[in-house]
Design a protein around this ligand. Structure first.
Ligand SMILES: CC(C)(COP(=O)(O)OP(=O)(O)OC[C@H]1O[C@@H](n2cnc3c(N)ncnc32)[C@H](O)[C@@H]1OP(=O)(O)O)[C@@H](O)C(=O)NCCC(=O)NCCS
Length: 190
């Protein structure tokens, strides 16, 4: 289900963004958006306390090799991960090549269509170049912005699961799916 992915030498260009691998010197940009209250929590992580924490997270991105940095006007303003699918959430996808989408954007950049632009490029790349059979994503039910980003890619809600959060309580999450057939049908229509 979880084929390896390596974005180290991948660069995707959109009208306003460059999606590329994270570099060690991105740490100040990462800290600048990741310490801001309200950015991490809807994505399930706690705002970064200091640059050292951002440095550790950034090294994790570089080691995992499945997270793009989103560069906008010469500054990294967000991340987009195509990570492993939680197999217990998606038993019906066993044996398929799938990736789970996750993303966050600097608060001062919200509402300009930037994540939609990044997601479109990443979705197309994952189906065209990585030959994924399906992409999954999940969001907390009160995260209407994220739901809308996914909806605009053609993801559909499948069911609600219960996840244990990093805030140490259990929460509902909406599980969403975009299959290759659905992606392909949308491309033909647009
Ligand atoms: C979710 C997030 C990435 C969206 O990024 P963005 O660049 O602002 O998204 P876009 O501008 O491409 O699209 C947002 C859509 O949500 C809509 N929206 C904005 N605020 C909304 C609200 N309060 N309720 C409903 N929809 C809303 C926008 O109108 C837009 O839809 P439209 O193009 O049809 O008008 C960003 O808000 C973020 O980083 N949030 C914190 C982290 C997070 O939630 N990550 C996802 C975890 S699942």
């Amino acid at each position: 289900m979880n084929a390896p992915l390596d974005v180290t030498n991948v660069v995707l260009r959109t009208e306003r963004l460059v999606l590329r691998a994270w570099r060690e010197d991105d740490v100040d940009d990462l800290y600048a958006y990741a310490h801001v209250d309200g950015v991490g929590q809807p994505a399930g992580w706690v705002p970064h306390r200091d640059r050292d924490e951002s440095r550790q997270v950034l090294r994790g991105f570089m080691d995992e090799k499945d997270v793009f940095a989103l560069e906008y006007n010469g500054r990294v303003v967000g991340s987009l991960k195509a990570g492993p699918v939680k197999e217990s959430d998606w038993p019906e996808l066993a044996g398929k090549t799938c990736k789970e989408f996750g993303y966050a954007l600097a608060k001062d950049c919200w509402g300009r269509g930037l994540m939609t632009e990044a997601a479109t490029a990443a979705v197309d790349w994952l189906f065209e170049e990585i030959y994924c059979d399906a992409l999954t994503a999940c969001y907390y039910p009160d995260n209407a912005r994220s739901a809308r980003v996914l909806e605009k890619q053609g993801f559909r809600y499948v069911r609600t699961a219960r996840h244990h959060t990093r805030f140490d309580y259990d929460a509902d999450v909406a599980l969403c799916l975009l299959t290759r057939a659905e992606w392909s049908a949308r491309r033909k229509k647009n």
